[in-house]
Design a protein around this ligand. Sequence first.
Ligand SMILES: Cc1ncc(COP(=O)(O)O)c(C=O)c1O
Length: 395
Amino acid sequence: MHLPPPPQVPQRSLTTPIYRTAAFAFSSSAEYASVLADGTSGFSYSRIDNPTVEAFCSAVASLEGVNLAYQVSAQAFASGMAAISTVFWAFCRAGTRVVAPTALYGGTYSFLRNVAANFGVHTEFVDMTDLAQVHAALQPGTSIVYTETLANPTVAVADLAALSRLAHEAGALLVVDSTLAPPVICRPLEHGADLVLHSATKYFGGHSDVTGGVVTGHPELIAAIRRTRIDTGGSLGPDDSYLLRRGLETLPLRVRRQSATAQMFAAALARHPAVRTVYYPGLADHPGHEIARRQFDAGPEGTRFGAIVTVAPYGGREAGQAFADRLRLASVATSLGGTHTKVSHVASTTHRQLDDAALAAGGIDPASVRFSIGLEDGEDLLADAMAALDSLGRR
Ligand SMILES: Cc1ncc(COP(=O)(O)O)c(C=O)c1O
């Protein structure tokens, strides 16, 4: 059976076409060889490159690099963890040292402790908000200072400009996971970061229906990451790239609206008598408030601090779990950054490996419930949270 090839279309598609193909055909063996050797631009095999994936990458690069004098590029991955691990594979060797935060996404912590360590990469975990600690941890052989713009669940704010100065003085790269602070509110490359990465699963996709990761930075660094991605194989697929590229079209609208709701929600809950602590960088008493004001993009005031709010009622672990379980509108669910508000009781889920002493060392109240604010009506979300808190009473 011989089916005809797909038609060539003279008009451009208004949306991103999905190139759902693993392989590409060439006019000659010479062209095939040249594309494979990167001599001729084009596509050969979708683990290597794919036009739909490239459409997503160039859109992310344009968002992260909008105010930069140099051109940035991006590489996409099948998940945030594939992006993160590939960055370490690309720039670490046996004997390399990494400085990373104690308050770190669990998957990254586990990768550094359980995988990178087996290959001779040593990680020093420090409090990234304490610059003296970071400085003391930097040693000859440190190749990466790694941080998160906003840390989970205390929403601690990293001072990216100061960290980039320290990293560069020590000859290291500053790599920033900015998943909780997407480019609408923070573009780490503008603050001196060398590479910025995201779990695109979160705000980029925005609808909790796709996993992906992306790394952006100077083309020379990104070329090294691409070579490593081709060898390790965590490439993003075309269908997922389509969804992620589409998600970017509404990113500013979603993130501004979610942040505005978060600001109102955090301020109101901080006044509830059953609440011991609200962690949100938009509140004036949050330790990272001033850095966030400086570092996060001016938009309308109150829409620049992100949409993660952590609320700790009085009463310890049990009260935290009861609070989460009594919410009706917000769902107890994994992940963050989607259109639906999600909650997790931190001590029994995302930070379950930490006992009360370890939680205290990280500044985390065992009752903490992390909210990823969605697009529901803010007043409805607030009424739901207030009713759940009222039912707890003051313990
Ligand atoms: C801050 C942060 N970085 C990275 C990741 C990993 O991303 P993924 O789940 O897409 O692999 C997550 C996932 O929750 C995250 O919250």
